[in-house]
Design a protein around this ligand. Structure first.
Ligand code: CA
Ligand code: CA
Length: 183
């Protein structure tokens, strides 16, 4: 049998165990940079049948910090300023595909508020609606663990959200907040 690596060529020639049919090939002397590699085992059995069986190996030693892109609902005149009267929000963003995110608030080392998973396209949403935000400015941070087990740094700077709910004597109208004077 021969073992080939796409782009490299034949990397080994050997014979499978006569009884077990098993084989092992030690390729640990070669360091593979990050990427996807296609190995193909080419075998010729005793009856003269040829078979080529490919399999892919992905080497991944990197994990980038995830990115926050938006909150929902982002109320008011701007839907992108992260100033909202919605006190129960969804956070969303992008990260390495299929990675698992850990979200924190307060600071990069602040308390964990939960986890979520990026989909195959690298998009993620975190449902924070179980927590009601009082008026104030909140900073959110996240890190990932990817499918290969790499841990990223914590995102920085913090993704800030300003929660500003109607106070007493105030009412919201489309486009802004109006203070209702009581006489
Ligand atoms: Ca990775
Ligand atoms: Ca807004």
């Amino acid at each position: 049998m021969t073992l080939t690596l796409a782009g490299t060529g034949t990397i080994g020639t050997f014979t499978a165990g006569a009884i077990t049919g098993k084989w092992t090939f030690d390729y640990s002397g070669t360091s593979l940079v990050d990427g996807t590699y296609t190995f193909t085992i080419n075998s010729l059995d005793l009856a003269g049948n040829f078979a080529a069986t490919p399999f892919n190996v992905t080497v991944d030693n990197a994990a980038a910090a995830p990115v926050f892109t938006a909150i929902a609902d982002d109320t008011g005149t701007s839907s992108t300023d992260r100033i909202t009267r919605d006190s129960q929000i969804l956070l969303s963003g992008t990260a390495e595909a299929n990675s698992t995110l850990t979200l924190r608030t307060g600071s990069g080392g602040g308390p964990i508020i939960g986890t979520t998973t990026a989909n195959g396209s690298g998009n993620w949403t975190f449902d924070y609606t179980g927590t009601t935000l009082g008026d104030g400015v909140y900073a959110f941070f996240a890190s990932i663990i990817d499918l290969a087990g790499n841990t990223s740094a914590v995102s920085s700077p913090g993704f800030t959200v300003t929660a500003d709910r109607p106070g007493r004597g105030e009412r919201y109208f489309p486009g802004g907040r109006v203070r209702i004077e009581h006489r």
